[in-house]
Design a protein around this ligand. Structure first.
Ligand code: PDD
Length: 285
């Protein structure tokens, strides 16, 4: 079955889907995006993703392309037209298309909206979670507003590629003081030797992950011990467990950091508990 994309008001086959060469997303990475998990054809944690999208647009002063209800309808249509049961939906909104010039285009320039959906192999991701993943640390060279989910992801791309070339599936980005900020496309967590769950607090230095926020609710519901504070690479090396969270992988155990085994080198109990508990906490719509 050929894939269908939504582009500026039309549903079109992927091969014919296009935006203009002077789209500001293409020229300046002047746009934002969201990735939402689809499970059994339903959207997971949609309200939180929509709220974050709204915030990203506001922070960059990009107009809403359509009312939220209309966008939700487009997202559902895109999922169903592509017959996605388990996968992800991708929404990108840019400041629109205009002759290349740095300042914003004239008021009223319509934003560009692209929505795509794709299937993913849940069994393969679950299998990966049983093995755990390797992460590689590297300097965080991103801009100072990574709390905005903008499409300007070049440092993340370079970090992920470097991690891949070193046998890792994720890069952990490290700030100038030696603290881990987050993964190149996930939030980073450790479990200390005394069983405290530790992750960096929100701020301009990390993306406010939706999966992170749901895991925090789960931690509160389970009464687990939790500390929201930055942790160093050395602490991570010495941790009992480590894991990452993101919409596409949910809770994914980390078993090595820079080639050193975390804990006993196998996925940890806490990560397993949170991964299993996630579906009870996540909102389905
Ligand atoms: N990435 N941090 C970064 C830098 C991310 O890119 C992501 C998500 C996260 C986790 O956020 P959430 O739990 O809302 O998915 C944290 C998505 C999945 C992506 O870019 O594909």
């Amino acid at each position: 079955m050929s894939r269908i994309a939504y582009v500026n008001g039309r549903y079109v086959p992927h091969a014919q889907a296009c935006v203009g060469i002077e789209d500001r997303g293409f020229q300046f990475a002047d746009g934002v995006y969201e990735v939402c998990e689809v499970k059994g054809g339903r959207l997971i944690d949609e309200a939180r993703h929509m709220a974050r999208l709204d915030r990203s647009l506001k922070e960059l002063r990009i107009d809403h392309p359509m009312p939220p209800q209309a966008l939700k309808l487009v997202m559902r249509q895109t999922v169903s037209r592509n017959r996605v049961r388990d996968g992800i939906i991708y929404v990108q909104i840019t400041r629109g298309e205009m002759r290349r010039d740095f300042p914003f285009p004239p008021a009223g320039t319509p934003p560009t909206v692209v929505v795509t959906a794709r299937h993913h192999d849940r069994a393969r991701i679950d299998q990966l979670a049983e093995q755990g993943i390797a992460v590689v640390t590297m300097p965080d060279i991103r801009w100072q507003r990574v709390d905005i989910k903008s499409v300007a992801l070049l440092p993340n791309v370079l970090a992920k590629q470097a991690a891949k070339e070193q046998g890792g599936r994720e890069a952990w980005l490290v700030d100038a003081e030696g603290f881990v900020t987050e993964g190149a496309s996930s939030n980073a967590w450790i479990v200390s030797r005394d069983n405290k769950l530790i992750t960096r607090p929100l701020g301009t230095g990390i993306l406010p992950g939706i999966t992170r926020s749901v895991v925090l609710d789960l931690i509160a519901a389970e009464g687990l011990v939790f500390e929201e504070r930055p942790f160093t690479v050395e602490e991570a090396y010495a941790a009992r467990e480590a894991f990452v969270t993101s919409a596409s992988q949910l809770v994914m155990p980390v078993v090595t950091i820079d080639g050193r085994p975390v804990g006993n080198g196998a996925p940890g109990l806490m990560a397993g508990l949170l991964r299993r508990g996630y579906s009870q906490m996540a909102a389905v719509s």
